[in-house]
Ligand binder design. Sequence first.
Ligand code: GP9
Ligand code: MN
Length: 721
Amino acid sequence: MKKMKKNILNIMSTRLGFIFTLIVFYWLKTMWANTADFDLGLENPYQLFLTFINPIPISLLLIGLALYIKNTKLFYSLTLIIYTLINLLLIANAIYFREFSDFITINTMLATSKVSAGLGDSAINLLRPWDLVYLLDVFLLIFLFVRKHITLDSRPFNKRASFAVTALSALLFSINLFLAEIDRPELLSRGFSNTYVVRALGINAFLGYDANQTYQTQKVRAEAKPEEIEDVKAYVDQHYATPDPNYFGIAKGRNVIIIHLESFQQFLIDYKLNVDDKEYEVTPFINSLYHSNQTFSFANFFHQVKAGKTSDAETLMETSLFGLNQGSFFVQYGGDNTQQAAPHILAENGNYTSAVFHGNIATFWNRNNVYKALDYDYFFDQSYMSKATDENSFQYGLNDKIMFSDSIKYLEHMQQPFYTKFITVSNHYPYQNLSGDEVGFPLAQTDDETINGYFATANYLDSAVKSFFDYLKASGLYDNSIILLYGDHYGISNSRNPSLAELLGKDSETWSEYDNAMLQRVPYMIHVPGTDKGFISETYGGEVDNLPTLLHLLGIDTKQYIQLGQDLLSKDNSQIVALRTSGYFITPHYTSYGGRLYNTITGEEITNPDENTSLVIDEIRNKAKTQLDISDSIQTGDLLRFYNDSGLTRVDPSVISYNDSFEILRQIEDELGDKSTSLYNQNNNTSTQDLYNAPSYSELYPDLDEDTENDENTAQSNTTE
Ligand code: GP9
Ligand code: MN
């Protein structure tokens, strides 16, 4: 035993041994931080394994740099400086996480005043007694050196050996990156969430990754000139579609409730799945809304996103600007750019209170930062809802019925009018996550599991939406609200579409880019209780058109705002839908998709357009391209910071905090007293929670015959992907 101790101390007294010792300390402290402070949302043992290995490569690389130094004192000083820096980063992150549930980025470092403002009274409050663990290594090292248990090694490392250490760390990092990509393809290119990157690669690599991202975006932003907003304004003025007085203001002053239908495609509307010669209507409730004369429904509404998926759909819907051609706008710019989003416009034109409800972690898609920049007052993420278990959730968050149910506690305390968004997730790829009583809706019978499960999860979403509507009606919120529903993007990707063909009455052999293009339709419905003006509009439009359409219904003219979409209820709509890939567009007559051109009505390919047609198509192509180019210039140049004619004040994200939201809601009710307009106060200070009932599939269809229930052909539970 004694000998072993001596051996260890001898090793620690060599240069390499000393460095390994520090790496072991650092590793232990990272493990402590992962357990005590960070919530990495680990979903499986593989991710846990990644967190075990990821502190090593970069710390070896960085501390190992000191090996190139010959001078003894200099070597030890540099080693300790680098060691101290990575430790400070670790500890600062641990403390920061307690308040923000997120990791420190370059921007947070640059805007320290913003951070300290966000920290509230004092950062000292965030310290915990067990933070001493983070200093144990310091005490130990001092002790070992002072008592001369370890001594300085004066033998320099040769260049070759030092290089070997650097090369080894690079190799280890590559392996780490490779393993991380297996767990989450496109981890860095799509940048889903800071948590995901830290979980896979560690905080040092995360900071490097973030530094690179920040550098790229800052460069373009710094070069943007104030005059550029003039071109944008000229485009917006000329593109503006005048509202139809028949609809303008018909929902003035009402609450706005937005239901984000995850991965929901238009073809599901009215679709009946045929299994064993029986027909099953997939989304009966949403279908009834679609056909109601209280709903403005759109038959030709397209999603306009690329890799930013949900997050870019949110950008399009709430700012009337596009996401990015690469990656996600939320992740790269959304937290920092000046924006004029729906919650902000409504706060300043009608005194709306705003909130997002979502059963996933707050950092996903950088929402915790972006929502502040959009001026959302509250963000109720998973941490405000039921604890996620294998039964009630999957990797993207809580099941929709739970999410709606858990939202009511907060919704009922919000001051009216409110603008709220409910982001569902259950109908998300891989469409296999239903369990228990929710299993029962038949699976489709194609050779593709993903397609087979899609109808069952869509059916679950439909009944979740119905339950929520039932609640709205029972609680009385329904009558003074409007409910907007939209599908964010496709659920079945183009590569799978040939397997879907038969279910749509088509032939997989002749499946074309035209068919792919038509499947990019998603639902867009604005349900206005009490009106009879609703109808199914054939107007062609996309997500970018939502904001002006919605604001005009609420009686807010959008003329002075920088919005690139057009009111879809206006008579002078241009009906050119630019998809996010430049050169892809859809109009009532022409469809350009996958490098081919089609007649939108007949689906026939146009291979040799005559001169006249060519001219028309070029003009459309240019218009679509201009819309995207203008959007890109605004987003990458942060041009709205130069725009002063909107009449809006600037959002100050640093004064918004998403901690203690429930207490804040209650406090506002107390302060307002009789003037409070919350549902809870209107309901004689009693909760409306009991009015929400979400029967499961088997409760809704108790007489499902035994065969179907036990059949292989029903949605199975599978929460692992
Ligand atoms: C997760 C959810 C999914 O929070 O919004 O995003 P997506 O994968 O569809 O972009
Ligand atoms: Mn999505």
